[in-house]
Unconditional design. Sequence first.
Length: 744
Amino acid sequence: MLILLLIILIVFLLLAWITLNKDFFQPSCLVIISFIACTSCALIMQSRWQYEYHFKTIFYILLGLSVIYVANLVFCKCRIQTIKKNYRKNETLEVTNVSLLFYFLMLCVQIVSILLYYKEIIRIAGSGKNISTIMANFREFTSYGTKNSVSFIATQFLNFSFAICIINLYVFIKNTLIQGIKGNVKFLFSVLLYIFNSLMTGGRFSSLVVIITGITMFVILYRKIFRCKLSTKFWIYIIITVLILLVGFYFIRKLIGRTSTTSQKSSFIQYISSYIGGSLPLFDMYLQNPVESSTIWGKETFYAINNQLIEWGFIDIKPYLTHLEARTYNGYSLGNIYTGFRRNLQDFGISGMIFFQFIFGAIMSGAYNKIRKSNSEFGTILYCSIAYVLWLHGQNDYFYTRVISFGQLELILLLYVLYYCIIKKRLDTTKVVKIENRNGKDKKNDIKTVILFPNKNNYIFKYIKSDNCKIYNVYKNQNCNKLVKIFRKLIYFIGMGYFNSFYSDWTRMLKNDIQFIVFDSCKPYHRLQKKLKKAKIKPIIYFWNPVGPKDKIEQLKKYFKVYSYSIQDAQKYGLNYNPQFFVDVPINEKNNIIYDTIFIGKNKKRLKELEKIYNLFNNPYFYVVKDGNEISNILNLQDKQMPYEEYIKLLSRSKSILEILYTENADYSLRTMESIFLQKKLITNNNLVVHAPFYNKNNIYLLNENTVKRDIEDFINIPFVPYCEEQINFYKFDQWLKRFEKSE
């Protein structure tokens, strides 16, 4: 029977993995894995237990898992519009620096918690020579009785210590992944202090929660920072780590008072297998011989909420324990854990089990798929801190007994306070330093050129450094909402013109001897065109993109000097030609190479072509922004563009750049410039590139209909030939500006 259940669970896991984006960390996958672990361990112990399982048990287990899987599938595949939070969804993850003063204050809180708990142990269990006996007595008095309890202050300090531990664990993992372990080991001291404190309670559960939280954090942050899945090597490391922790779990039992005769005689394999697999025979025994139903609503499921209401006087009954009845079979004590389905089944029947398991799956799936696609740091911390309910669902239902509780609300508050002080506040109080000229004065009279771009912090514009050129956003509030944009249009169309207050400070320079260069993405028509006509020197409109049917070229040529980066567009529409430019962008050359190639860009109706090209690489990185509601089974389509600085970080880890042009009139694009300046190989479908002065077959590969995977592999493995200084200088920003002057 167990072998049949194990085979079904493995097949179920593969089905869930395939349908849930091939992600083993999807909530339903973790729950299925926990039941596979339970079944495997029960199978190991079957020779000793000799227990006969029933089909009813398999039915209830598969029913509960199916409900969780369906909830997971719904929340994984459906795009749900959620209310915007205060956190920055697209904020690039950065190293968190914690001041030594704040760090030592946190450690002091944890040390005080240890001292307070030591005092409580002596008060409740007494003193003695044998620490194992003391811990066993303390656990017996506090966990299996209601008269002796730990003081309120000691409990609150322990909760605070746990919150400190989780925050420090997050900072340690994030910082280590970004900059290495050097300088970040100190954050582990906080984790070790809490684990020591939790072991003083006589239990290992809290330590297990911290370990599971750390593994979950590592996987999620690794994917966010490196934008790729874990390699087989990392999975092996995780498995080795789990095995080491299980060994520690076994040997530490004596220290915390787990000195029963059965545990003393059991080997490591028997002890761990009995601990993990005992829930299956117990659940089967419960189904064959259930306990009497209680008059207390949700007695087993909502233990934490009920006991708190009892303490506050809202429910007039005596406090009761969360522990379920212990059972034995064939002379072996199996314990008192009955899988994550028993409590719901006992309190609400099969319909209640289906309902509450679906809610459980929906909440955890919604949370996971939310934080997986955003850089919400607090969301990640909060989810990881409760992820243990998935890993341990094969043993017990910790979601409704621990997470759905008033104590969890307190923990969320503590976590947010620490998150705000350590992480969020640092981001929100970043000081913007104005960089002035060497003599400390802003030399406005030296400015000869003004460049207008929709957002000067996008792309390479933020890296431009020039004493004679200044870059402005067209509008002061560039990222305004739609209501403000409608209001601006309304003012223009009712004949009131445009208040200068809407524009950036560039409007004050229109009467000066300054050359304005306006990029086509500013949409220099109507109101902006009317404003630019007032310039003393005839402005330049520069088409940084291919000319489209909606671009009013003839109208623009009446009032402006129009240039294009594309020689084909220049010839076709009678425009001036000035090729692409680039600037020195900071790039970390010491980063390890991870990807074969990198593609960042909008879909622009190229999805089928991109999917086909994706399969030509062994380890590519694709970040494709959707045009609308299109779906891809191969690519993970995105809703928003990636910040350019984040793209540069990823580019430093790639062997090559992939350029897929969507129009035949395109010239050397920004991707081409990046390959030259950053000394990266270029894979492109631009036929013009083979005629370029910088073309080198070692550095540039032209895609064609006959390209196969082996061609790409051979090209990537060919040694790169560095570009000479002369080739690079031609496309520098200052040379780009000079070409405008020469064409006059």
